[in-house]
Design a binder for this molecule. Structure first.
Ligand SMILES: [Zn+2]
Length: 248
């Protein structure tokens, strides 16, 4: 799935000399893996020098399995590889940040991230007066929706609206995307006019538009990560129109 594209963004220049890593006495260093497109934290693992060398060589992330006492190519058995984009050491070089594009779910439970067992409510420990941030759940929610859509397409369960859309086909889905886009426009005008519940209605319309656009992407077999990659490329240049208007 999009391997060529992913590989082309892989860091080719190794800036950190592996011997400068502050290895633990066991010869390992902890590596945090972060989604290169969404910034979601996916998992942690441990690398010895050989696992780090293989990871820096690319294209996949390697670890040292402490339980099995062996080198472990993440995805080697499941196919859910992590395609390495960059490796960065922290300030005292005793932990590594690996940015990567995951092929499929990273966690063996089938979830996108190993970190899916909250010990607190969202915002539980946030400083008083600062509203709990929902920013970080954004991309994970989209990933979860993408996963559900893919599962519906695979299993086509009766009674599911997504199944209904796939049965109707691309023309129907495309029509729905157009309708939802129009409802977003109307919703925005209602907010502008000062409607009391306009903002929450607009949020719902935008969510509907996202959902139908994701179904459409699935219907034409767009790779799961293609949209995230396209968005990630635009980050930092968000003030600039993605494509210059055509000159007449
Ligand atoms: Zn896991």
């Amino acid at each position: 799935m999009g391997e060529g594209v992913l590989r082309s963004v892989m860091a080719k220049t190794v800036l950190v000399d592996p011997p400068t890593i502050a290895w633990e006495a066991s010869g390992l260093v902890t590596a945090v893996v972060q989604h290169a497109g969404t910034d979601a934290v996916l998992m942690i693992g441990h690398m010895n020098a050989e696992a780090l060398r293989r990871t820096l060589d690319g294209p996949h992330v390697w670890f040292w399995s402490r339980s099995r006492q062996e080198l472990w190519e993440k995805g080697g058995t499941s196919g859910n590889f992590l395609e390495v984009v960059s490796v960065t050491a922290d300030c005292d070089a005793d932990a590594l940040l690996v940015r990567a594009y995951p092929h499929g779910p990273t966690c063996h439970t089938g979830r996108n991230s190993c970190f899916h067992a909250p010990l607190t409510e969202p915002g539980y420990l946030a400083a008083e007066g600062s509203p709990p941030s929902t920013e970080t759940i954004g991309p994970e929610v989209l990933n979860a929706v993408v996963a559900v859509i893919a599962e519906r397409q695979r299993a086509m369960p009766d009674g599911s609206y997504t199944t209904y859309l796939f049965r109707e086909g691309l023309d129907k889905i495309a029509k729905k995307v157009g309708e939802e886009a129009a409802e977003v426009l109307i919703g925005a005008k209602n907010v502008e006019r000062g409607d009391a519940d306009g903002a929450s209605l607009l949020a719902g319309e935008i969510a509907d538009l996202f959902y139908h656009a994701l179904v459409l992407a699935r219907a034409v077999d767009l790779p799961d990560d293609a949209i995230w990659q396209a968005l990630a490329k635009r980050r930092g240049s968000a003030d600039v129109p993605p494509r210059p208007p055509k000159q007449k």
